[in-house]
Ligand binder design. Sequence first.
Ligand SMILES: Cc1cc2nc3c(=O)[nH]c(=O)nc-3n(C[C@H](O)[C@H](O)[C@H](O)COP(=O)(O)OP(=O)(O)OC[C@H]3O[C@@H](n4cnc5c(N)ncnc54)[C@H](O)[C@@H]3O)c2cc1C
Length: 319
Amino acid sequence: MVNIEVSQVATAFRARFGGNTGIASESLVVDGTPEQKERWLPLLASGRVTGCFALTEHEAGSDATALKTMALRTGDDFIITGKKCYITNAPIADLVTVFARTDPYSTGANGISAFLIERGTAGLSTPPAYRKLGQHGSPVGEVLLEQVRVPASAIIGGVEGQGFRTAMKTLNKQRINLAGLCVGPALRLVSEMVNRARTREQFGKSIGEFQLVQQMIAESNTEVHAARALVLETARKRDAGGDVTMEASMCKLFASEVCGKVADRALQVFGGGGYIADNVAERFYRDVRLFRLYEGTSQIHLVNIAKRTLAAADAGRAL
Ligand SMILES: Cc1cc2nc3c(=O)[nH]c(=O)nc-3n(C[C@H](O)[C@H](O)[C@H](O)COP(=O)(O)OP(=O)(O)OC[C@H]3O[C@@H](n4cnc5c(N)ncnc54)[C@H](O)[C@@H]3O)c2cc1C
């Protein structure tokens, strides 16, 4: 609900605190030890500490299990070496959750652990933020790890080899948040389209009187209602303790695709003005493009939904 409200105004501002209350703390919420939770969660929730979630690498994007960052044990410590890319809030983070391979002989999802690493730890650095298409207020960058020494107590949950499961549990919830984050801009853009259609006149009447413009508004409003209903229904099911692994993927896929379509139509309703920098439609068009890419691309969610739908059918469960 908070994501739906805040993202109607600024998706970049949402990323500033939403990283903290979402992926940067959810690993601790789902798998942290009581000591880790007590130490970090109040600081993250209040914003006194900024966190980030560093999973992606150049060779490990959609297939995050291909990650190569290594954490080798020496006595009671681990020495971590690797490079993470495209990490939201990395340039300003005080606390980095790093996913690294603690079993050098493992492949895939096995042998990965999640480490909490504080800024200032020798060998950890974050280059300046990338230039990017949208969400300019949200810094995204790399995390470089060169022989970073951390104690074994920095592993989330204190258990080696559980990191990939922790990442998946974190993203599972986050996908519902992200879908809410897609509904907000779409709602805002429907109202911006209506305002524009009422006030802009061509051929002696407001453009809202043309049925082809009305079609863009009607399709957008219908899809936004459907996306919001799916997100809220899935959130209710999760709050009631249900397994929403497949529905979370559906929410992320559907809401991000709807948001992209609505942003495209909004720009169309604004005409040439919509293409000019700093117009509300132009900003949202750039800002929301990201939603179809991160936390699982649309293609990855389609693959996931198909796999789970087929498995449910094979097992005779409700689809
Ligand atoms: C601004 C921004 C912020 C980000 N923030 C974070 C963050 O905070 N933490 C973090 O860890 N990561 C973050 N990411 C990374 C993001 O999650 C990845 O970019 C995303 O998972 C896609 O990986 P990739 O970029 O390597 O694309 P690729 O995996 O190379 O995909 C390229 C294309 O191939 C398609 N494709 C790949 N595999 C398949 C398949 N099996 N079937 C069908 N199609 C497929 C994809 O759908 C896509 O269209 C961020 C990215 C961006 C751009």
